[in-house]
Design a protein around this ligand. Structure first.
Ligand SMILES: [Zn+2]
Length: 255
């Protein structure tokens, strides 16, 4: 397993400062979160590309910009967010992009299905052309989006991924909050290709807990070798991030 940091935590900083903060903490790998970009101008991807190259950091994964569509009129905007995120992933040379279902949990099922088809009908072939794998993230019960447990994720995947080509981004914080860690692992253990790592409320793990050890042990049993991406709450201090990093450096030697 490979340690990585979501740079979304420094999204209030300009990009150079953002990467500098990641480097100050001695991380080598990042998940580039699209919320680090203030305004989505299409040509900004070149700025991102330059800043990443100058930093010497390695972009392992990218977190797509997301819109949880509440009305079909918003589909085109969700498609745009998806496509510009994929362009950015290409510029940063990563081939794994984490996505949400992009639909609101408030939509009735038939409208939800229509929106899912329309959004992913455009995003999927676009990703394929760029050689990028999409990875669907489990959401928390308090998210506005749809896809918090196995039932909901099965419904989404049944519509957007009948070929079972997509991966799963396992967000441990969301799974703990929603109390579905074991169910998700049983259903998707072999499909996990990214892990968002945090305790409830995106607090950092700074010491081992029984849940954390059980989770890492299971992932290891599924032969997971991908990123462990620390995805932490904005107010987490640098000291706490450093503590969490030290903990995972120790733990990942065992897995
Ligand atoms: Zn996440």
């Amino acid at each position: 397993m490979i340690l990585s940091l979501s740079n979304g935590i420094f999204s209030k900083l300009h990009l150079d400062g953002n990467f500098a903060a990641v480097k100050q903490l001695s991380f080598q790998n990042i998940e580039f979160n699209m919320k680090s970009i203030k305004k989505e101008h299409d040509t900004d991807v070149y700025r991102e590309q330059k800043a990443l190259a100058a930093s010497g950091l390695n972009c392992l994964t990218l977190h797509s910009a997301v819109l949880h569509v509440k009305d079909p009129i918003e589909v085109h905007q969700a498609v745009y967010y998806g496509k510009i995120s994929l362009e950015c992933a290409r510029a940063l040379r990563t081939s794994l992009v984490t996505v949400h279902s992009n639909v609101s949990k408030k939509l009735p099922r038939d409208v939800r299905e229509r929106c899912l088809r329309e959004v992913f009908g455009e995003i999927k072939p676009f990703a394929k052309r760029l050689g990028i794998k999409l990875s669907l993230e489990n959401l928390s019960f308090n998210s506005t989006g749809f896809g918090k447990n196995v039932d909901q994720l099965e419904e989404v995947l049944g519509v957007i991924d009948p070929e079972c080509e997509m991966g799963i981004t396992f967000d441990l914080c969301h799974a703990l909050e929603t109390k579905v860690v074991n169910n998700l692992l049983e259903a998707y253990g072999r499909r996990v290709c990214n892990v968002h790592m945090a305790n409830k409320a995106h607090q950092p793990f700074t010491k081992e807990t029984p849940e954390l050890t059980a989770f890492l042990t299971k992932l290891h049993e599924y032969d997971y070798q991908g990123p462990i991406t620390l995805e932490l709450e904005h107010k987490t201090s640098l000291e706490e991030i450093a503590k969490s990093k030290a903990l995972f450096e120790k733990l990942l030697k065992k897995f």
